[in-house]
Structures are given as C-alpha cells and as structure tokens.
Design a protein around this ligand. Structure first.
Ligand code: ADP
Length: 160
C-alpha cells in the first residue's frame, strides 16, 4: 500500500489545495493531510482544529483521505505513519527554492522518504491562503477561491 502525506497550513484550504489533494488521492492508496500546527510562527486565522474540520468537510467524498494535525518534523511523522512520499504542489519558480530545500532536508533525516511535486493547475497558480484572506478582508468575493461547502463559514470568519 502506498501512502502519501500532504502537509501545509491550510489557513484556510483553497481550491488550489483541493486540486493537489484530489490528484494525490488518485495516485496513492492512502493520503494523510497533515495540518501543521508549528508550520509558521505567525498567527493563523483558523485554529488547527478548525482547519482540520474545514478540510475534513472538503474531502468528505475522498474515502482514502484522512485529515489530522501534526507537530514537529515531517520526516518523523512520515516514519510514524509509514508514508512513502510527501506530495506538494509547485506553483511557480518562487516555491521551488524552499520546497527543494525542505525535500533534501527530509531526505537526509529519512532517506526512505521521497518528495513528489505536482505542477499546480494553471487555473490556481496564483492562489494561496493569503490571497483568500486578503481578498475577504477587503470585502472581495472569495467564492471562486474556496470550496463551496466552506465558503460561508470562511467568509464570515475573515470578515468578522
Ligand atoms: P504553506 O503553509 O507551506 O504555505 P499551504 O498551506 O499554503 O502551505 O499549502 C500547502 C501546500 O499546498 C503547499 O506546499 C503547496 O504544495 C500546495 N499549494 C498551496 N496552494 C496551491 C495552489 N494554488 N496550487 C497548487 N498547490 C498549492
């Protein structure tokens, strides 16, 4: 059985994230979406538990996807859950340097762990959680950017 981990902050989950998660679910037997609680030191708009709940709703139709919070080193989590690969979406050249550095670091810590990069869908190349937060905070329409099932809740929180 092949297991993948898709890590991130998902603050909140966007259509760009969903594209990567769906494609990963098609490629692997099991996908663990790891909502990293220590990923950034900056404040999040949603708590880790809220981010997990939003993701769980969005991945309800994907039976091989499990969502959980995670702390600490990704390489350690991978070993604990028996993951074969970390799957990440690459949006642009700007993503590359950090992602490459992380992939090589994880490989040093856990040599069995491969990192697989999926090219972002052209439609979502520009999209990030930060874009969603900025547009919402200034009263813009985020309906195109986040899954419909979480739109109202996300908009309400970000405009409160
Ligand atoms: P981070 O906290 O590292 O910025 P995010 O929570 O924003 O992570 O995203 C998690 C992962 O999802 C990223 O590493 C990236 O691989 C992928 N991702 C984010 N946005 C997009 C997008 N618009 N298209 C494709 N992949 C994306």
């Amino acid at each position: 059985m092949r297991t993948a981990i898709c890590p991130g902050s998902f603050d909140p989950v966007t259509n760009g994230h969903m594209d990567i998660l769906r494609r990963t679910a098609g490629l692997f037997d099991k996908v663990i979406v790891a909502v990293m609680d220590n990923y950034y030191k900056t404040a999040h708009a949603f708590t880790a538990a809220e981010r997990v709940a939003l993701l769980a709703r969005c991945t309800d139709d994907l039976p091989n996807v499990e969502v959980r919070t995670a702390n600490g080193l990704l390489a350690d989590l991978a070993e604990k859950v028996g993951a074969d690969a970390v799957v990440k979406g690459l949006r642009a050249v700007s993503d590359f340097e950090t992602e490459f550095q992380q992939a090589l670091t994880n490989k040093q810590i856990n040599p069995q762990l491969e990192t697989v990069f999926l090219a972002a869908d052209a439609e979502w190349m520009f999209l990030s959680s930060s874009v969603v937060k900025q547009v919402a905070q200034y009263g813009g329409d985020i309906a195109r950017f986040v899954p419909a099932c979480i739109h109202d809740e996300v908009r309400q929180r970000l405009t409160a």
